[in-house]
Design a protein around this ligand. Structure first.
Ligand SMILES: Nc1ncnc2c1ncn2[C@@H]1O[C@H](COP(=O)(O)OP(=O)(O)OP(=O)(O)O)[C@@H](O)[C@H]1O
Ligand SMILES: [Mg+2]
Length: 368
């Protein structure tokens, strides 16, 4: 599946603004981005529910941009399941087979296999109202898979489920995708979900693709401040860069001079420096060495596996450090002066492309 310079405008809104992506067969590909960035519109273009203003949608090298939906070997699973309430599970799953020339026996076998795949054998005669949300979602999946699409489009299919069930179905969906071996294009605004399931992720913003990469690449090597901010909690601080030197990029944070060993190391002038909270080290006040800034612990929050420590830095920035919970109790009281170590190899510099949009999707976001 390949998208080439796709553009979709609604009046004066450009919902999709030049998207080019390539998904090899059998890939679990996610589109991740905040509300309104064009995820659903991109899926609807692929499915054929919308026509692009510009660009191509290539499946096996053939442009489908003008092909009607039912002639594309693509199927969609929506957030709200869209099951027929008056039909049994069996009839819901077999619905799309009505247009195929199959004997009753063949249909029954196909339905049986599809239900087995989503672990719902034995539920054939139930109505959707007699199923839990997770089971309904699996019926919707079986209904989409039974038609053997080349590509399955999933638009926030787990959005309506509670956190625990969501986690379980994430693992199940990924296993299912590996078993059936078809391309999944998965839309979500949940970064953790995208990181958990995907082979590759496209991070989107305002109808454009900001970065494409493996979960590890986009988390560890965000290309822009926007991506760094969107992918979980990032400590994003304004700094002034003065180019390469000392094995990285020299940056000033207030009165302090630091070296950033990652990112665009030849950045000059206005910049952002970024560090993940799990990479920030808190040391005893007065600890000497490179890349260290004095700070004061403002607040300590116990969240289970980690302890979040909010620190006010002397240059006026506030950052978050995650300390592993070793069972030894809270490591710092609020009001404790500390030395904050921002290790060179964990500190990333990115050119300042204006103020990043606040995206409201990182966990612990309310704390930042
Ligand atoms: N039929 C339409 N007419 C006019 N504008 C539309 C239409 N569909 C979408 N839009 C606009 O296009 C933009 C992208 O919408 P889209 O539904 O693709 O976003 P999304 O990334 O799926 O968001 P969400 O996470 O909220 O589902 C939005 O600004 C939206 O208001
Ligand atoms: Mg949407």
């Amino acid at each position: 599946m390949r998208l080439v310079d796709l553009v979709k405008r609604f009046g004066d809104v450009t919902a999709v603004d030049g998207v080019s992506l390539q998904m090899p067969p059998g890939e679990f590909f996610s589109m991740l981005g905040p509300s309104g960035c064009g995820k659903t519109t991109t899926l609807r273009l692929i499915a054929g529910f919308e026509r692009p203003n510009e660009g191509q949608i290539l499946l096996d090298g053939v442009d489908m941009a003008q092909t009607p939906p039912h002639k594309r070997n693509v199927n969609t699973v929506f957030q709200n399941y869209a099951l027929f309430p008056h039909l049994s599970v069996e009839d819901n799953v077999g619905f799309g087979l009505k247009y195929k020339t199959l004997t009753k026996q063949e249909s029954r076998e196909k339905i049986g296999r599809a239900l087995e795949l989503v672990q719902l054998s034995g539920y054939e005669r139930r109505r959707p109202s007699q199923l839990s949300g997770g089971q309904q979602q699996r019926v919707a999946l079986a209904r989409a898979l039974i038609l053997n699409p080349d590509v399955l489009l999933l638009d926030e299919p787990l959005g309506a489920l509670d956190a625990k069930l969501r986690k379980r179905l994430q693992i199940e969906l990924k296993a299912l995708q590996e078993e059936v071996g078809i391309t999944f294009i998965y839309v979500t605004h949940d970064q953790e979900e995208a990181l958990t399931m995907s082979d590759r992720i496209a991070v989107m913003s305002q109808g454009r693709v900001e970065q494409v990469g493996s979960p590890e690449e986009i988390y560890e090597e965000p290309a822009t401040a926007y991506v760094a901010d969107f992918l979980g909690v990032s400590n994003l601080m304004p700094a002034t860069a003065s180019g390469m030197g000392d094995g990285g990029c020299r940056v000033r944070l207030g009165d302090f001079s630091l070296v950033a060993g990652k990112g665009e190391e030849d950045t000059m002038g206005d910049a952002k420096i970024v560090i993940r909270p799990e990479r920030v080290l808190l040391e005893e006040q007065g600890t000497a060495g490179e890349n260290r800034v004095p700070g004061m612990v403002e607040r300590v929050v116990y969240v289970g596996s980690v302890i979040q420590v909010f620190v006010n830095l002397a240059p006026g920035e506030r950052l978050q450090a995650w300390v592993q919970n070793t069972g030894a109790g809270l490591p710092f009281a609020s009001g404790t002066p500390v030395t904050v170590h921002l290790p060179q190899e964990a500190l990333r510099v990115l050119p300042d492309a204006g103020t990043p949009v606040s995206v409201g999707a990182g966990f612990g976001e309310e704390e930042t």
